[in-house]
Design a binder for this molecule. Structure first.
Ligand SMILES: *Cc1c(COP(=O)(O)O)cnc(C)c1O
Length: 331
């Protein structure tokens, strides 16, 4: 069953449902990695909970974004898909799209800011995408994206506000709960909310009674404000080391899903993210990027009460260059 909801834009949106997550899982079968679920006696003793960490830092291209990108491209109609896809991103969505396009034999164009890190531009090109650089201070990337998409007949795939992207991201929680059995609580980081809204669809279907809580950076708590205000609140691009969550606003698909399926949204600070990076490196031998630490930080700081509960924690990604990783941990 899909829910129809009215928006302040034009046509009613058809929200993705659990069946869409199941279709995504079938497409991703044998292609996305079923990432390991790890536990830590140290973390359990410190919090009094049973924590299950899903390691999407060990997913192909280093983050869950591969799931949604692959599902969105794979679900385009045949003729449309072959013409190619376009995205704008300087982060994990770019690499997820580039890799998914290569695997599906679909040309991928990525718009990236001129001042994006060289390593990210190189990685995206390395997966075979055409990278078009633009000046983010003088050019409107959305207008540019639409123009190139129109000229070349490409489909634009946004990083979170797209039903098939959301459904693809939901396969992460689906696999986690298949592994762990029913959970009391699921903690998921959020930027634009594609991961948390997709995971909530899977979680409520597979573990009735579960609570899903979103975690965002303190400096960029637009989702928390939106949930409390009952409408999408837009903020200035937040300053935080959690660069995967530097979004200004939730989307037209993700907001109503979060309103319906996410119980609360909490925030954590940059120093708390650094402490969590240190915990993962020292105790669990995991390299996790700052954004990937959001959900775990909420549990380890017990900002979300977890004592006595079985808790799923999604580690969303591990893409950080070693120099910045060391700089953050040395401070
Ligand atoms: C994109 C990203 C997020 C945020 O995901 P949304 O779907 O925008 O909420 C979190 N962590 C990492 C590592 C990401 O790449």
């Amino acid at each position: 069953m899909s829910d129809l909801i009215a928006t302040d834009t034009a046509a009613p949106l058809v929200l993705p449902d659990f069946a869409a997550v199941q279709r995504a899982a079938a497409r991703l079968q044998g292609i996305a990695i079923r990432t390991p679920v790890m536990t830590s006696r140290t973390a359990d003793e410190a919090t009094g909970a049973r924590l299950f960490f899903q390691c999407e830092n060990l997913q192909r291209m280093g983050a869950f974004k591969f799931r949604g990108a692959y599902n969105a491209i794979a679900s385009l109609p045949d003729g449309v898909r072959q013409r190619g896809v376009i995205a704008f991103s300087s982060g994990n969505h770019a690499q997820g799209m580039a890799l998914a396009g290569r695997l599906l034999g679909v040309p991928v164009t990525i718009l990236m800011p001129l001042d994006a890190p060289e390593a990210k531009i190189a990685a995206t090109r390395g997966y075979g995408a055409e990278v078009i650089l633009f000046d983010r201070y003088s050019q409107d990337r959305e207008a540019l994206g639409r123009q190139i998409a129109g000229e070349r007949g490409l489909s634009l795939i946004p990083p979170f506000d797209h039903p098939e992207v959301i459904a693809g991201q939901g396969t992460a929680a689906m696999e986690l709960i298949e592994e762990t059995g029913p959970l009391d609580l699921l903690l998921v980081c959020l930027g634009g909310g594609g991961l948390v809204s997709g995971c909530a669809l899977a979680a409520h279907a597979l573990s009735p009674g579960i609570r899903v809580i979103g975690v965002e950076p303190e400096a960029g708590n637009d989702a928390q404000q939106s949930l409390r205000a009952g409408h999408i609140v837009k903020i200035a691009v937040p300053k935080t080391i959690a660069d995967g969550a530097q979004t200004a606003a939730l989307g037209h698909y993700t907001f109503p899903l979060i309103q319906r399926d996410v119980a609360d949204i909490v925030t954590v600070s940059d120093p708390e993210l650094v402490e969590t990076m240190r915990f993962f490196a020292e105790r669990m031998k995991l390299v996790v990027e700052p954004t990937g630490c959001l959900a775990a930080a909420a549990a380890l700081t017990t900002k979300v009460p977890v004592r006595g509960l079985r808790v799923g924690v999604i580690i969303s990604g591990g893409n950080t260059d070693l120099a910045s990783f060391c700089r953050l941990l040395a401070a």
